[in-house]
Structures are given as structure tokens and as C-alpha cells.
Design a binder for this molecule. Structure first.
Ligand code: ZN
Ligand code: MN
Length: 501
């Protein structure tokens, strides 16, 4: 690559709150009836007064705290003026120079990507253009819903990193339970600012890309309409290629806003980019400045869950599980909490067993992690289910782990029980009985069965006696088949060895 790639991201996320940002209307942009969650405030009628939503402010601050931002204890709202049919007031209430959060970072592959700011604003309504009709419908259900905008520093190095950043940010939003952050639904919307600069022509100073003396900067292009993670990568890669071709041919890159077209993977000009002066920002006169008190900030801090990076480290240390398992379990907050409650449910079983507590807890925590990653998640995937759909209680799952761990049932019986548990959340002990999966440990009973099998397989017995001892695995397989998998394999192996010697 002949040029330096400079990428910054702006990510909007619709916040999960009960009511809208400045009125008491239900925050339900996906209501199946148009314009049923509206009122004079979110329709921008004259003489109405907006009142900021406390829950939205808390969720924004919480997001800031999670990504190591500083919180502006003195903040305010501003009017961003522009005309668009889905913006009933003719301006959006946003935050200009005193955002709720500033600074911070997200770590992507051991690289810290600095965040500039997170501010709070309101969403617009939705225009619905019907194909073949010469009119446009407008649904204001989304107008005034809380929208949190995060802006990164222009220090993302390529399209792949931009995509990873968006994925990591989504994980954080879901972890914090502040947004559903589904890109396809528009609950999370990414815009990328992309420019290419001649090598050694620029410096990064005070949060800005500046030209070195005697050099000129190429303008940046803003790419919108990116509706999936894959599109983040495709749209940026297309822009890099487009801009480098222009520069190679000594043609000008225009400072414009371009929309990404998913169908052909290209970006297309929408308009020449506005500068902040075009928006004529000024302080919102109807909302007094915001003061975030020490106590309130403390309260929000206490609500902050343990974030995935910390949790992964703790899981490895506390439970002795592998890094891969720890990452897998920590990726989803609900799964990680479900895992830990299962492990803590195991405490009762450990105490009853009289074994050494700590050693057994770690061993069982590992078994639990393995059963989740090798069996449970696989089953859920096969049934196209999400971990949030799971109805198995941690208590019952713990019981299953213990039954397998203690050798009360073997792993193939364990699988059958688990499949059944996914349909109905029953105690595994009960299911083992019901499905007739109790293991045969009784030596006499097993001995008789094994004798029959040896009689039927004289050839293999001969082979064993002639030194081909690996054939014992075949014989064990026959025992397992004859008992429909119910024989205790350990006991059966011991008997086999004894009878064959
Ligand atoms: Zn309203
Ligand atoms: Mn915005």
C-alpha cells in the first residue's frame, strides 16, 4: 500500500429504555402499528418541554465506564439544526461540546483503539418509500428514542480492524444490557470516515490528523448505510480501493458522504459533507445543564458488571479452565453467569461427597465448562437456539455434571439425558431412571454378560492370548453394545482383563 490508511468510526446505538429520550412515550420503534407511540413532545409541537431520560443517561455513563472513558460531571444538551422530513422539530437534541463521556478505549488484538467521546441524542422517525408510489410515509415511533453515539479516534488501521472493533463494541453493549445492538435491525449503525494520506505527510496531534509542514491532507469520506459487520469490512475496503485509484491518477478525492450499496458492494455519492458549522449548534434552551453528582456516579459504578476481559482472566485463575473455554463462556454475559451458578450449585454436591473442596471444585468447574462447550452449545446450535432460550436450570445441569463426573452414568448416557433436558427441565437423576440409563456396575451381572461375549468371539480371544492385546477394545465395544451402553466401562474393562488373563 502506497498510502497511509486513516479510519475513524462513529457508532450509533439505540438504547434499551422504557420510555423515549425526552418524553414518556414507550420506547418501541418496532411496534407493528405506525405512529402509535407518539406525543406532542416527540412530534415537536411548539410549546412542549423535553425532559431528559435518567435511565438513558445512566446507560450512557455505564458504557463510558466500561470502556475506560472519563465522565463529564458537567454536561449539557445542544440543538443540531438540519431539515429532514423525519425530524419533526427541524433539529435534533444532541450533545456538542460537553458530551457525557470522553476518552477511553477498546482493546482489539492487544491494540488499544482510543475512543474520542460518547454522547447522548435522540433518534429520528422513519421514512417509508413505497416502491412505485409517488409519496413517502413517515412513522414517528422511532422519533425521540434514545440514541447513544460513540466516536473513535481516526486510528483504526484497516477494514478488518474496523469490523473487529464494531463486533467488540456490540459485545460490550450486550454485556451491559444497554442495547440489543442488532445491526440488521438498525439498533446499531456504523459509519466510517476513511481517508488516504501520502506516507510521511501527516501527524496525529490533539486528536486530529494534521498535515506536516509543506504537505497537504487529502479529504476524508464518510460512508453510511452499513448494515452488517461484513459490510463494515466491504465498504471500507471498497473506499480504500476507490480513493487510491483516484490518487494514483492524480484525481481529486471529494469530501463527501457516500452510501454503501450491499448488492454490488460499492459506495455511491449522497451529498457533499456538512461541517459542524452547517448544523448551527447551540445549547438547548429548554433543558438546564446536567450535573452528575458524585453519589450518582458511584451508584452507576456499582451497577457495572464484570466485563469480559476481566472475567476471562478470573475464570482461568479461579477454575483452572483453558483460555479458549474462558473466552467462549465469557463472550455472552448470560452464559457466563449461568456457568458460574452451575459451578456454585455443585458446591452442595461436593460438600455431600466429603471430598477435598477446592480440588474438586476446580475439577468440576472444568467438567462443567467441557460439557457446555462440547455438548450443550452444539445441541443449541443444531436446534438453532440461542443461549438465552435455554431452560435448563443451573441446578439440574450441575446434577448432570456430577453424575457423569462420579461415573454414575457414562458419557453416552449423559448425552441422552442432556438432549432430554433441553426439551424439559427435569432432574437428571429422575431422567436417568425414566430412560432406563442406570449404569450396570454389578460385577456378577457384568461377568455373566462378558462370559457370553467371550464365548461368541473365540477368534478375538485367541488373538488376545497370542499377544494382540489391543483387541480388548473391540471386546469392550461388544460388551457396551450388548448392554445398550449401560455397562460401567471401567468395571467391564477390569473384568475383561481378569477373564482373559
Ligand atoms: Zn413522545
Ligand atoms: Mn449522531
Amino acid at each position: 500500500m502506497k498510502y497511509d490508511i486513516i479510519i475513524g468510526l462513529e457508532i450509533h446505538a439505540e438504547l434499551k429504555t422504557n420510555s423515549k429520550m425526552f418524553c414518556s412515550c414507550l420506547n418501541n420503534p418496532f411496534s407493528d402499528k405506525a405512529n402509535n407511540n407518539v406525543c406532542p413532545i416527540c412530534l415537536g409541537h411548539p410549546g412542549t418541554l423535553p425532559v431528559p431520560n435518567k435511565e438513558a443517561i445512566e446507560k450512557t455513563i455505564m458504557t463510558g465506564l466500561a470502556i475506560h472513558s472519563k465522565i463529564n460531571r458537567d454536561s449539557k444538551f445542544d440543538r443540531k439544526n438540519y431539515f429532514y422530513p423525519d425530524l419533526p422539530k427541524g433539529y435534533q437534541i444532541s450533545q456538542f461540546d460537553m458530551p457525557l463521556c470522553y476518552g477511553g478505549y477498546l482493546e482489539i488484538d492487544d491494540r488499544q483503539i482510543p475512543v474520542t467521546r460518547i454522547h447522548l441524542e435522540e433518534d429520528t422517525g422513519k421514512s417509508i418509500h413505497k416502491k412505485g408510489e409517488n409519496y413517502t410515509l413517515i412513522d414517528f415511533n422511532r422519533a425521540g428514542t434514545p440514541l447513544m453515539e460513540m466516536v473513535t479516534e481516526p486510528l483504526i488501521k484497516d477494514a478488518k480492524e474496523a469490523k473487529k472493533f464494531c463486533q467488540e463494541y456490540q459485545k460490550y453493549l450486550r454485556y451491559l444490557d444497554v442495547s440489543e445492538a442488532d445491526m440488521e435491525k438498525g439498533e446499531m449503525r456504523c459509519e466510517a470516515n476513511v481517508s488516504l494520506q501520502e506516507k510521511d505527510s501527516w501527524i496525529y496531534e490533539d486528536g486530529l490528523i494534521k498535515a506536516k509542514e509543506g504537505k497537504k491532507l487529502n479529504p476524508k469520506v464518510e460512508v453510511k448505510n452499513i448494515n452488517s459487520f461484513k459490510s463494515v469490512e466491504r465498504a471500507i475496503d471498497f473506499e480504500i480501493k476507490r480513493q487510491s485509484e483516484l490518487l494514483d491518477n492524480n484525481e481529486q478525492v471529494l469530501p463527501e458522504t457516500r452510501g454503501f450499496d450491499e448488492d454490488n458492494g460499492e459506495t455511491k455519492r449522497q451529498r457533499i459533507k456538512e461541517t459542524s458549522a452547517d448544523y448551527r449548534y447551540f445549547p438547548e434552551p429548554d433543558i438546564p445543564p446536567l450535573e452528575i453528582s458524585e453519589e450518582w456516579l458511584k451508584e452507576i459504578h456499582q451497577k457495572l458488571p464484570e466485563m469480559p476481559d476481566k472475567k476471562i482472566k478470573r475464570f482461568i485463575q479461579q477454575y483452572g479452565i483453558t483460555e479458549d473455554s474462558a473466552i467462549l463462556l465469557s463472550n455472552n454475559r448470560k452464559l457466563s453467569e449461568w456457568y458460574e451458578s452451575a459451578v456454585s450449585e455443585l458446591g452442595a454436591w461436593i460438600e455431600a461427597s466429603g471430598d477435598e473442596y477446592e480440588r474438586l471444585e476446580r475439577a468440576l468447574a472444568k467438567s462443567t465448562a467441557n460439557l457446555i462447550s462440547t455438548q450443550l452449545l452444539k445441541h443449541l446450535k443444531e436446534q438453532d437456539q440461542n443461549i438465552s432460550d435455554i431452560e435448563i436450570t443451573p441446578e439440574n445441569f450441575a446434577e448432570l455434571v456430577f453424575l457423569i463426573f462420579k461415573g454414575k452414568i457414562n458419557s453416552s448416557a449423559g448425552q441422552k439425558v442432556l438432549t432430554e433436558m433441553l426439551d424439559r427441565n427435569e432432574s437428571p437423576i429422575k431422567l436417568v431412571k425414566e430412560l432406563g440409563l442406570e449404569q450396570i456396575d454389578n460385577e456378577e451381572e457384568l461377568k455373566n454378560k462378558i462370559k457370553e461375549i467371550l464365548d461368541k468371539n473365540q477368534a478375538q480371544v485367541e488373538e488376545y492370548k497370542n499377544g494382540k492385546t489391543t483387541v480388548i477394545k473391540f471386546l469392550l465395544g461388544q460388551v457396551m453394545a450388548a448392554t445398550k451402553g449401560k455397562a460401567n466401562p471401567k468395571v467391564a474393562m477390569e473384568i475383561l482383563e481378569k477373564l482373559l488373563s
